[in-house]
Each structure stands twice: as structure tokens, then as C-alpha cells.
Write a protein that binds this ligand. Sequence first.
Ligand code: ADP
Length: 221
Amino acid sequence: ARIIPHGDIVVIGLGRFGGAVAAELAKLGHDVLGVDENAELVQSWSDRLTHVVQADCTSSETLRRLGIAEFSHAVVAIGTDLEASVLTVLALSELGVPDIWAKALGPKHGRILERTGAHHVVYPEAEMGERVAHLVVGGKMMDFMEFDDGFAIGKTRAPPEAIGKTLTECALRRKHGVTVVGVKRPREEFTNATPDTLIQAGDLLIVSGPTDKVEAFARIT
Ligand code: ADP
């Protein structure tokens, strides 16, 4: 039996979504075990992840042999093969992996994954689609993320009325109902906003607030 050192996180399915998750985790400095049943794909990831293994993950016996019971997090990034996705989540759940994330293609798939033992279900296509809709009609919004409760964060340019003033002086919260949380000068990094932050032409802002307020704010920039 192959023994794999106890990594932190296992990503199962190294397709477009799983590959992106694994690469980002590796970039953040985590030990990542990538597993896929496709040998070529596994080979192509071998120099980018701490460990890679070619295996069919639908059986808990296989997962146990790979040492996956010891992992603290698992991401199941199998999408199109619904049966494989569900069986893999079930196998991980049977092994007692404490934090199981799974990608679902739609709400029905998601419900099954939740009942099968996934602790977190994500809907990459649906979520990205929603976000793009906001960006398309948001016009000047440069990036946008809405949370469940109608609260959003957006990236916008600075509105003309704020230029040359500090955040206290331009009172964007009172006038527009949004809070500026971060500011970025051209060629500099984002910094946390403070009441004394001076807004200059060309600045980018990260603003938070109720979704409609954030959207209205982007329109005046
Ligand atoms: P994406 O749209 O993110 O590329 P796919 O569903 O097309 O997602 O790809 C999922 C990946 O999962 C594929 O690389 C496939 O080889 C892998 N995969 C599918 N079934 C299994 C399985 N039973 N065990 C391990 N990997 C699997």
C-alpha cells in the first residue's frame, strides 16, 4: 500500500475547478494532495502540488489506503459524473473527514451532497453567473460579491465628489449608505481605509453596504 504523508488538504478531481482550487491552496503554502482518476492529468499536476495520486475515489477502501482518513479538509471537485461525486463524498464522510467541501452542478445535486455528508456545497457556475450579471448591468462596477443577506462588497473608481477630500469630509456613508473599507492608489497596494484617508483621482475603492446602495454608488463613479 502506498503511504502518503499527512497532508492538510486533499483535492479530488483536478479538472478546471479542482485544478484552480488546488493551485491556489498550493500558492497559499498548503500541502495539497491532488487525486484524479485520469493518469495524464495527474502527471501534469505532479510538479505543482505536494503530492499527486491517480485513483478512483468512489470507494472508501481506496481512500483509506491512501491515508485520506487523516486529512482535515477534502474538496470534491468532480462535477459532470454525478454518481462519482456523490459516492466520493459518501466515502469521505464514512472515513470521518471533518471538513468536506463539494462542488455541485445544481441545487438537486447540492441537496444530495449535503445529505451524503458534505459540510459545504459550492455552485461555481451559478455563483459566477450571478456575479457576472451584476457586473454587466453594474456598468462601472469593477468587481462585486454579494452575500446571502443582501449585503455586498464592490470595487469601484472614486466618485468625482470625493476627490481631494478625506473620507470624513466626503461622508460617503451618510450620503450614499456605503462604507469605504479599502483604497488603492495606482501602482500601490490596497490599504485599509481610515477616516483620514485622502481620496485622489485614479484611486480604486472597496466599498461595502446593502447591495442596492453599493450598486447605486458604482453608478456615480
Ligand atoms: P471541471 O468542469 O471542473 O473540469 P469535471 O467534472 O469535468 O470538472 O472534472 C472533474 C475531474 O474529476 C476530472 O478530471 C475527472 O477525471 C475526475 N474524476 C471523475 N470521477 C472521478 C473519480 N471517481 N475519482 C477521481 N477522480 C475523478
